[in-house]
Design a protein around this ligand. Structure first.
Ligand SMILES: Cc1cn([C@H]2C[C@H](O)[C@@H](COP(=O)(O)OP(=O)(O)O)O2)c(=O)[nH]c1=O
Length: 209
């Protein structure tokens, strides 16, 4: 059985990952390349809702600065494991909204300890065949998050996330797309990068090189 293709979209909150990843999975499936969208979240909205209910500011405030990142990393580990199992069992292309790096980045941006430990725990996950970083200015990201109306983001935090992505040792291997561009242009750019990896009628990888 051929190893299924995994495509990951990364970027700060509001960069358009979810919108673009969902649309990409849909386009691929419509074109005869069965694809599934996976949201590899760390459960932050859930933790925050729980915290608000218990009268705390957010998940970090409720669980503390050591336990909260561990909980978030564990939830994301489970999500990524489920996504990897999903594509391996079905052979479908996996379009990943976030990947392991998002956890390291959020921990670095918050100044959490334990990134090396989390990296070790995530080391068993495969490297996606294509990783796209949707680059947006913190101001645009903040505006989009605000308009989405689910949560809010500090400008400084968005800038710290962006910097943490760019500081990743793997960043040079990511394909950087202008996430602030018109969504149809972003989708077209994604399609151009994805096309050589997939063959119509199957989720199998079109072998490169
Ligand atoms: C991609 C995109 C999203 N949006 C909106 C849709 C969402 O309400 C919000 C955030 O997009 P979303 O795809 O949810 O971003 P992320 O998953 O990276 O957090 O911005 C735009 O207004 N313009 C765009 O080009």
């Amino acid at each position: 059985m051929a190893r299924p293709v995994i495509i990951a979209l990364l970027g700060v909150d509001g960069s358009g990952k979810s919108t673009q990843a969902r649309a990409l999975a849909r386009r691929l499936s419509e074109r005869g390349v069965p694809a599934t969208y996976f949201e590899n979240a760390g459960g932050r909205p859930l933790w925050n809702r729980l915290a608000h209910r218990l009268g705390r500011r957010d998940g970090g405030h409720l669980f503390g600065r050591r336990l909260y990142p561990a909980l978030e990393a564990a939830v994301r580990w489970l999500a990524v494991a489920r996504a990897v199992a999903g594509v391996r069992l079905t052979g479908r292309v996996g379009v990943m909204d976030r990947w392991t790096w998002c956890q390291y980045v959020i921990m670095r941006a918050r100044g959490d300890r334990g990134v090396r430990l989390v990296r070790a725990a995530y080391a068993l996950f495969p490297r996606p065949d294509l990783v796209c970083f949707l680059a947006v200015s913190p101001a645009l990201a903040q505006r989009r998050v605000h308009e989405r109306g689910i949560d809010t983001e500090e400008l400084g935090h968005l800038a710290a996330l962006d910097a943490a992505y760019r500081a990743l040792p793997e960043f040079a291997d990511f394909r950087v797309l202008d996430g602030g561009a018109d969504p149809t242009a972003v989708a077209a750019a994604l399609d151009r990068l994805v096309r050589p990896l997939v063959t119509s009628g199957s989720g199998d990888r079109a072998r490169r090189g």
